[in-house]
Design a protein around this ligand. Structure first.
Ligand code: NDP
Length: 286
């Protein structure tokens, strides 16, 4: 199967990448170096993860040609200390790029659908028009906010990165995104192991039938749905295992079995929960 997806502006993105959320800063360089060694060419970080510099150091140490890599980072909620969210977005972008040691980004995402993200988006449209990032997108946008952003701006986000795994499958969200030309990218493909994902009996039986692991079945299920995935691991053997999903396919019957696992709810929190909106909104970065 094709190991790339084409975004709404025509650029391609590897369907499988490596996420670095919650890897401690002092372990990130080694983890990313190991991931690049294993064969990952798509990296997902964020200013909020505090490890962009370590990701950049690993990229520099790898010697891999820049054109062979796809690098995503994310803008945290801006609070306009200068009085202009647009100006601060430009500054935050420059700071991320500096930390990553890059002169162009592949994908820049609004991390949270909170605060004055319309001003953030206007700045990101400028960054895109100026060629400073090859694509722009959003993360954690529920369908109503996504459609509103699309309706009132020039550029439709290329990607919406949202929690997507067997217990929160986002099928109707994906349908809407498909109609609107927005690529679904999964975060937390394993739900970080919550709800006993790695020992789930349905997933385990399917894994045994293919001689694969539960993790591989979950990643295969997502890419078969045309969902971009960015699993995280600090262990080289799991990094390699998570890449090795292109030599088998789930049957329709197996897809139907996995469909029964959907709870329609987050395993983490809802971005529409007022307490969470307040907690996230209070965090200051850049
Ligand atoms: P994941 O669902 O990818 O789960 C990671 C966990 O699974 C780790 O504990 C890891 O352990 C374990 N694991 C990885 N591979 C295997 C395997 N083959 N077998 C068994 N266990 C395994 O969680 P994340 O939250 O990290 O999501 C992935 C990425 O998505 C993030 O790194 C980040 O880039 C992005 N993200 C974005 C968010 C957003 O708001 N936009 C929010 C959350 C994540 P170990 O490391 O010990 O192997």
């Amino acid at each position: 199967m094709d190991q790339n997806v084409t975004l709404n502006n025509g650029i391609t993105m590897p369907v499988l990448g490596f996420g670095v959320f919650q890897i401690p800063d002092d372990q990130t360089q080694a983890a990313v170096e190991a991931a690049l060694q294993a064969g990952y060419r798509h990296l997902d970080t964020a200013s909020a993860y505090g490890n962009e510099e370590a990701v950049g150091a690993a990229i520099a140490a790898s010697g891999i040609a820049r054109d062979d890599l796809f690098v995503t980072t994310k803008l945290w909620i801006q609070h306009a200390p200068t009085g202009s969210v647009e100006d601060d977005t430009m500054r935050a972008f420059d700071a991320s790029l500096r930390r990553l040691g890059l002169d162009q980004l592949d994908l820049y995402l609004i991390h949270q659908p909170l605060g004055d993200y319309y001003s953030e988006w206007r700045a990101m449209q400028r960054l895109y028009a100026d060629g400073r990032t090859r694509a722009i997108g959003v993360s954690n946008f529920h369908p109503d906010r996504l459609v509103d952003l699309i309706e009132h701006n020039e550029i439709t986000p290329a990607v919406n990165q949202i929690e997507t795994h067997p217990f929160h499958q986002r099928l109707t969200d994906q349908e809407l995104m498909r109609e609107r030309g927005v690529q679904l990218e999964s975060w937390g493909p394993f739900a970080e192991g919550r709800n006993n994902l790695f020992t789930d009996p349905v997933l385990t039986a399917i894994a045994e039938a293919h001689g694969k692991s539960v993790a591989q079945v979950v990643l295969r299920w997502l890419v078969q749905r045309d969902v971009v995935v960015i699993p995280k691991s600090v262990r080289p053997e799991r990094m390699a295992q998570n890449l090795d999903i292109f030599d088998f396919a789930l049957t329709d019957a197996q897809l139907q079995q996995i469909a029964t696992l959907d709870t329609g709810e987050s395993q983490f929190f809802d971005h529409r929960d007022p307490a969470m909106v307040s907690a996230l909104g209070g965090r200051r970065i850049d």
